[in-house]
Design a protein around this ligand. Structure first.
Ligand code: OGA
Ligand code: NI
Length: 356
């Protein structure tokens, strides 16, 4: 009971939602975590309009030229209407995906005392950080999740516990980056640009890649709490995997759709820099993480972005061709991230601030 009272009165002293959720007294959501989900806003997953697009990556990498052009053609509509798809046959071994989830589980299972060593400031560009909620200094509602973030590119950093983490995350980071780069190539082509357009303009040889682990323990009243509220990601493209529990929802046609897909696929969402670069043609999809009352959910998001010193603006080639003026002001990626994390954008899209 002590832990619960503490969370209600002094949220900044919460060490982890994992410990709080494990305290036996917890059968309601403490008020500091109160967040209402409206079930009427949820999409019917059986409605064909809400059938999540699937991209077979093997057709991009080793299909016939016709198969590749078909996928690139499909991507136009998917990136415009959804900003989200599931990538299958991507070449990352299922055993590696599982090992990565297990390594994350191993980290979150360490005693709070040991995880504390990994706490740091709130800058996303730190080598690594660990915490609960989002930013305890800014959060108006506490989030039902613990997290860590590690920077894996352009320089590779790692958590040093558990012992397997470093080796697994190095290989996983390398392989997921290959998938993300293949996706950016196909997206460049889908825009009628050279395949390496995004890679080169966004300086992706030095591109930022993060490994972001989320731990969502069971919640006694899942409709009265939230794992991560609605947001868009700051980079170009984010890949995401999870353990056997669902929880990711994407916004589509004004409804929230729970993503359910092949266990060995990557959930792929376009992010803000892609929307800016394409002058709003492609969509940085709004998404959120819900919680459940059955079992712990672990997800790993792997955001891929430009190099942090890149200035991103709508591609002049696209603006010219479509005869549209740039909708967004040019901005440095690092400053964009700082703006997003400054708290001015709580539950909003950061690019609203840079409308031209
Ligand atoms: C994120 C995110 C969703 C999830 O980490 O940015 O959107 O399902 N996560 O955990
Ligand atoms: Ni996200």
């Amino acid at each position: 009971m002590a832990a619960v009272a503490q969370a209600l009165e002094t949220p900044s002293s919460v060490t982890s939602i994992k410990s709080l959720a494990e305290s036996s007294a917890l059968n309601t959501v403490p008020s500091a975590y109160a967040f209402n989900i409206n079930p009427n806003d949820e999409a019917d997953p059986k409605d064909p309009e809400f059938a999540i697009p699937i991209i077979d990556m093997s057709l991009l990498t080793s299909g016939t030229p016709e198969q590749r052009s078909q996928i690139i053609h499909d991507l136009v509509k998917i990136c415009q209407e959804w900003g989200f798809f599931i990538a299958i046959n991507h070449g990352v071994p299922e055993s590696l995906m599982k090992a990565m989830i297990d390594a994350c589980h191993g980290f979150f299972s360490l005693p709070d005392e040991e995880k504390k060593e990994f706490k740091s400031g709130n800058d996303v560009l730190e080598m690594f950080k660990y915490g609960t909620s989002y930013n305890l200094a800014l959060d108006k509602v506490l989030l039902w999740r613990d997290f860590f973030k590690v920077r894996t590119h352009p320089e590779f950093y790692s958590l040093y516990k558990p012992a397997t983490f470093s080796e697994v995350s190095m290989e996983f980071g390398k392989r997921t980056r290959e998938v993300a780069l293949e996706i950016t190539k196909a997206i460049s082509e889908s825009l009628g640009l050279e395949p390496n357009y995004i890679y080169e303009k966004m300086n992706m040889d030095r591109g930022l890649q993060l490994l972001a682990g989320n731990y969502y323990p069971p919640c006694p009243q899942p409709e009265h709490a939230i794992g991560i509220p609605h947001h868009t990601d700051h980079g170009l493209v984010t890949l995401l995997i999870q353990n056997e529990m669902n929880g990711l929802q994407v916004e589509h046609k004004g409804k929230w759709l729970t993503v359910n897909g092949p266990a060995n696929g990557f959930f792929v969402n376009l992010a803000d820099q892609m929307q800016i670069l394409t002058n709003g043609k492609y969509k940085s999809v709004m998404h959120r993480a819900t919680v459940n009352n059955k079992a712990t959910r672990i997800s790993i998001a792997i955001p891929h972005g430009p190099s942090v010193d890149t200035t991103i603006a709508p591609a002049p080639e696209l603006c010219e061709r479509e005869g549209k003026p740039p909708k967004y002001l040019a901005m440095n990626y690092k400053e964009y991230i700082q703006l997003q994390q400054s708290g001015k954008n709580y539950m909003k899209s950061t690019f609203d601030h840079i409308l031209a």
